[in-house]
Ligand binder design. Structure first.
Ligand SMILES: NC(=O)c1ccc[n+]([C@@H]2O[C@H](COP(=O)([O-])OP(=O)(O)OC[C@H]3O[C@@H](n4cnc5c(N)ncnc54)[C@H](OP(=O)(O)O)[C@@H]3O)[C@@H](O)[C@H]2O)c1
Length: 316
């Protein structure tokens, strides 16, 4: 049996790194240079933020390729890799999961993945069993399921249990604005069953950082701008409160939103695009939120009455 999954309190997401070539301007519209990203990687590892989340589908391999190149200056024992099998781009071969994994290993420049995910629950009975030979071969050390509802998580777990393995992690959209995994009992199920819950889009792709508002919207022409710019006015009261709580602890709204996810017992995966965000994540780790502050933030989030479910997500 594999060792227990052990990770830093914050994981770093690299979806944006696969964003249309070297400089972004696609889904996220962020400008990133290789130099900036090298600084991100080096600072993160120096600070103990060593878990990198990517997926074969992010930029159709580009995120993994960029990440692999930047990590090449570090020894493999210094960091952990989290990447995903995405059913929608599976090959028609007899071993599509193994094939996609091999391509990821190549791009990431490694011979194993610490945490491998089924990206979404297209067909649990079909895809989950294909993880078993990869676990047995040691090519993947731990497995998780992403965007699965509670019945699908249980089904995947039963399939893995039969071979002596288990679902060790769940990765779902979870933010102040989108708490469906909590409402559906997934957080509780994970807590009770020793499954680590990874929260993605904790910052709602920038909309909860307090940096963006109707006067300073998300980058024009990007996909995230089309989704979030129309709801920025509704988010103003919530981001102001995040900022106010942050001010009292020398922190920003983004850091408070991250601290909220940690306080809820999850491991946030924060999409990292700038070197200074590493210091920011380190500050987030030091924030303490009272029950009253958490309640106030959740009430303001509910009052915003926005639905930020991603186009690829099913209701939980
Ligand atoms: N399993 C799935 O289906 C799934 C789906 C979505 C995401 N994910 C994973 O989760 C990760 C996170 O999601 P995400 O990147 O979409 O969204 P996110 O983490 O909610 O937001 C990331 C954006 O917030 C801004 N930001 C990040 N850190 C900040 C800080 N400390 N202070 C101020 N602003 C900050 C950056 O925008 P600017 O560049 O504009 O500053 C960044 O692009 C992804 O990279 C991916 O690894 C998984």
């Amino acid at each position: 049996m594999t060792k227990i999954l052990k990770t830093p309190k914050i994981a770093l997401g690299t979806w944006a790194w696969g964003d249309n070539g070297q400089t972004g301007n696609g889904y996220f519209g962020s400008t990133m240079t290789q130099t900036d990203l090298q600084e991100v990687v080096d600072n993160a590892i120096d600070n103990g933020l060593t878990l990198w989340d990517t997926a074969a589908v992010y930029g159709m391999g580009h995120s993994e390729a960029v990440l692999g190149k930047l990590l090449a200056t570090h020894s493999r024992s210094e960091y952990q890799l989290s990447t995903k099998f995405t059913p929608q781009i599976a090959s028609t071969s007899t071993t599509p999961v193994a094939d996609m994994l091999e391509d990821s290993l190549d791009r990431l420049g490694t011979d194993y993945i610490d945490l491998y995910w089924i990206h979404n629950p297209a067909d649990v009975a079909k895809w989950t069993p294909q993880l078993i030979p990869l676990l047995q071969a040691g090519k993947i050390k731990h497995v998780g399921v992403s965007n699965h509802n509670i019945d699908e998580i249980k089904q995947a777990n039963e399939i893995l249990n039969e071979a002596g393995f288990r679902v060790e992690a769940v990765q779902n959209h979870y933010s102040l604005l989108y708490r469906s995994s909590e409402q559906a009992g997934i957080l509780e199920y994970c807590r009770e069953n020793g499954i680590q819950f990874f929260a993605y889009m904790v910052l709602e792709q920038g909309a909860l950082t307090g940096k963006y508002n109707p006067e300073n919207p998300l980058p024009a022409g990007s996909d995230r701008a089309a989704i979030y710019n129309p709801i920025l006015p509704e988010l103003a009261t919530l981001t102001a409160e995040l900022g106010k709580i942050g001010n009292s602890q020398g922190a920003t709204a983004a850091e408070v939103a991250t601290a909220w996810a940690i306080a809820k017992g999850t491991t946030p995966i924060i999409g990292i695009t700038k070197p200074e965000y590493i210091d920011s994540e380190m500050r987030a780790l030091k924030i303490t939120l009272s029950d009253k502050q958490i309640e106030t933030l959740e009430q303001l989030a509910d009052a915003a009455q926005v639905d930020t479910r991603g186009g690829w997500e099913h209701p939980m």
